[in-house]
Write a protein that binds this ligand. Sequence first.
Ligand SMILES: C[S@@+](CC[C@H](N)C(=O)[O-])C[C@H]1O[C@@H](n2cnc3c(N)ncnc32)[C@H](O)[C@@H]1O
Length: 278
Amino acid sequence: MRSPQLSPDARRQAPGAIRRMFEAVAPRYDRMNRILSVGLDQGWRRAALRELDCAPGSRVLDLCCGTGDLALLLPRGVRPVGCDLTPAMLEIADAKAARRRVAFPGVAGDAMRLPFADDVFDAAVVGFGIRNLPDLERGLAEIRRVLSPGAKLVILEFSRPERRVVRLGHGAWLRLAVPGLARLAAAGGEPYDYLRDSILSFPDAGALARTLGGAGFGAVSYRHLALGTVAIHWGSRERRTASRGPAPPEDGNRATRAPEGTGAARSSVSRSAASSTA
Ligand SMILES: C[S@@+](CC[C@H](N)C(=O)[O-])C[C@H]1O[C@@H](n2cnc3c(N)ncnc32)[C@H](O)[C@@H]1O
């Protein structure tokens, strides 16, 4: 299947196109991550989870969970719940969780209107997903809504290096190497053109930190990895009452097996838990 070419502007209007693009890359997604990050991406995910530092029994939302690579690195005893726009990615996450005999229920849903009740998660993590959202502020308001007061959010995302010489090299890598490698690996070039464009148009680390603060997260901080090409941001939902997130849609689609205790009841698809040892 040929995936649509998406500019960041198109992204703002077309969740269907984003979903079709990730459907097209899903079977090769993990392999391409290892190739394009020269094997570093799982280490970045581990570093993000060290910032999350959640206690056994915590219910953790992995938003834009994709094929589950982030949640599946969580320690046993933590209770992750995935949410992603693309059922094809969730199906791969399901299969991986089943092979590892861990519970990772996933819900198909849009970060713009999360299919969960208020205050149900003890922590949330977003790995390489926040850059895809059509409206960053609205996405953060939704995450804030589903977190309990004081709960921590960790965001792992590509970033732009601050040092000029690294920035030039990074730009060349994104513009030349990434689409070329993707074509060579028969992964299709268009999604990786989108990857390049979305990284280059995403706010830099300082701007993202300010946006987090403006969205009602306190103790916001960040650090760079990989020469500044990746950043981990974190902050905690402030305990004061802030403006509510967007009203839930009235589409009435009900999850068939909602992850227990999350109030998930509006997704068009609900993923069942894999056999549980966690
Ligand atoms: C680059 S992948 C990241 C997957 C995974 N978190 C990881 O660490 O590899 C981005 C994911 O975000 C999902 N996504 C994009 N827009 C979304 C939205 N509005 N709501 C929920 N998920 C979304 C895509 O379907 C895709 O699976």
